[in-house]
Design a protein around this ligand. Structure first.
Ligand SMILES: Cc1cc2nc3c(=O)[nH]c(=O)nc-3n(C[C@H](O)[C@H](O)[C@H](O)COP(=O)(O)OP(=O)(O)OC[C@H]3O[C@@H](n4cnc5c(N)ncnc54)[C@H](O)[C@@H]3O)c2cc1C
Length: 399
């Protein structure tokens, strides 16, 4: 198995152990929970409780500057922390809203960072993402939500869709058109919007894997002038980072979704095959099952290698067109591999995978839930779009 992490110094070994010790106490049993596919209030409470413990230690802000609630530690320590968190199957890594922290650290003012970063890091203030609109998903630059300046305020009007778990959030990062006459990519700005502002209404969009996205309506919503994040009309570059580019940021490269969504599940299925007997034979002794597991593991290892490559690119400080293309390739592969893995896991567990409760439920019914969730793989951009970006920006093909 791929193990390229250079954690051979005594200090890094000690750090890995410290993370393991913390997890043993904070989460004695691994627990699969995805905030985008779970509405159970008790589970949400438990999820937030876990992340508040992590946040209290400032480990959510491990690599951030100490000035802003961070610990100023090197990226390799974050990488090791993520590896351990994934191996332990923690509830959704990272905690919801962390994308805004990346924006704030790169583009925010000192005041905005002081105001928002601590609440994000200690999971006491949750942030949703308000980018997609009914007519602007893959082609996000078509967005029509508008913001205009009125004295010391911005006034926002429009509609956002598919906002994951936004009804659990207190704030939202919202993209709006601030220059209706300029080129469509150049006239967009990002705003930090409290979700209790007058004029905001939210309606549910239930997804088929038991989670909820939201329609969010903005009707003359007024926010102070300093709610603008970064420079006016310059949000397109910020969006690019929000769509995965943060993984090329040398302050915080991340293991990536393959680890969070795929590896813990595959490990569970492998354990299940070792322990379960069918027709007098251990499932793991079935040659077809062995082939299937082997094939899935090859996929996971390939994703892991890509993630390591991205880490290397980020650390080299050469986040270039090549790095960007590698990232999109990684995402395209992951997005297509996820439903495939879910399908094969369903086949391995068999028809009983569909039972959600009671003594016949296998692996707590999680495989079937995972199967349904895998169709949400277009969150953050579809694989077709990732392929298109790869073709144009990576291979230099014409649009
Ligand atoms: C579970 C989930 C959570 C989400 N969470 C959020 C969130 O929190 N905040 C937020 O703002 N948005 C969120 N989204 C929205 C997500 O970003 C969009 O669904 C995604 O960008 C695709 O847009 P669309 O759904 O409008 O599909 P469309 O853009 O209408 O695409 C439809 C189909 O056409 C294909 N297609 C479109 N253009 C091209 C092209 N040029 N070349 C090839 N194929 C193309 C697509 O690949 C897709 O298969 C979420 C979506 C899901 C499913």
């Amino acid at each position: 198995m791929v193990d390229l992490c250079p954690d051979d110094t005594p200090e890094l070994k000690a750090w890995r152990q410290e993370v393991r010790d913390f997890l043993e106490k904070a989460l004695p049993e691994p627990w699969t929970f995805w905030y985008d596919y779970d509405e159970d209030p008790a589970s949400w409470e438990r999820y937030l409780d876990f992340w508040r413990q992590v946040g209290k230690k400032r480990w959510t802000a491990l690599t951030w500057p100490t000035e802003y609630y961070g610990l100023g530690r090197p990226a390799i320590e974050k990488w090791i922390l993520e590896e351990e968190f994934v191996n332990h199957d923690v509830p959704t890594y990272p905690v919801i809203g962390m994308h805004v922290a990346g924006y704030l650290l790169r583009h925010g003012t000192h005041e905005q960072r002081c105001k928002h970063l601590k609440g994000i890091a200690d999971a006491t203030v949750l942030w949703g993402e308000g980018y997609s609109e009914p007519g602007a998903g893959s082609d996000l630059a078509r967005l029509t939500t508008k913001a205009h300046r009125d004295g010391d305020e911005w006034v926002i009007n429009g509609q956002k869709t598919l906002g994951t778990a936004a009804h659990f959030c207190q704030w939202m990062s919202v993209l709006a058109r601030t220059d209706p006459d300029g080129p469509r990519h150049a006239g967009i700005s990002c705003f930090l919007v409290p979700l209790d502002a007058p004029g905001i209404e939210m309606l549910p969009l239930d997804n088929m894997a038991d989670g909820r996205q939201n329609m969010t309506y903005f009707d003359d919503v007024r926010v102070p002038a300093d709610s603008l994040l970064g420079d006016e009309n310059q949000a397109w570059t910020q969006i690019w980072f929000g769509m995965g580019g943060e993984r090329l940021d040398n302050a915080g490269p991340s293991l990536g979704p393959h680890a969070m969504r795929i590896l813990p599940l595959l490990n569970r299925v492998i354990r299940y095959c070792r322990q379960t007997t069918r027709g007098g034979r251990r499932l793991g002794d079935d040659p077809v099952v062995r082939q299937q597991l082997g094939e899935l593991m090859v996929g996971v290892e390939a994703l892991k290698l890509q993630a390591y490559e991205l880490y290397g690119i980020a650390q080299s400080g050469k986040a270039s067109r090549f790095g960007e293309a590698s990232m999109h390739m990684h995402q395209a592969v992951y997005k297509e591999f996820w439903p495939h893995l879910a399908q094969v896991c369903m086949e391995i567990v068999g028809p009983m995978a569909q039972i959600q409760g009671g003594k016949w439920a296998q692996l707590n019914g999680d495989i079937e839930h995972y199967f349904r969730a895998s169709f949400g793989n277009h969150a953050g951009g579809t694989s077709q779009l990732k392929r298109m970006v790869l073709a144009t920006r990576g291979l230099g093909l014409p649009r």
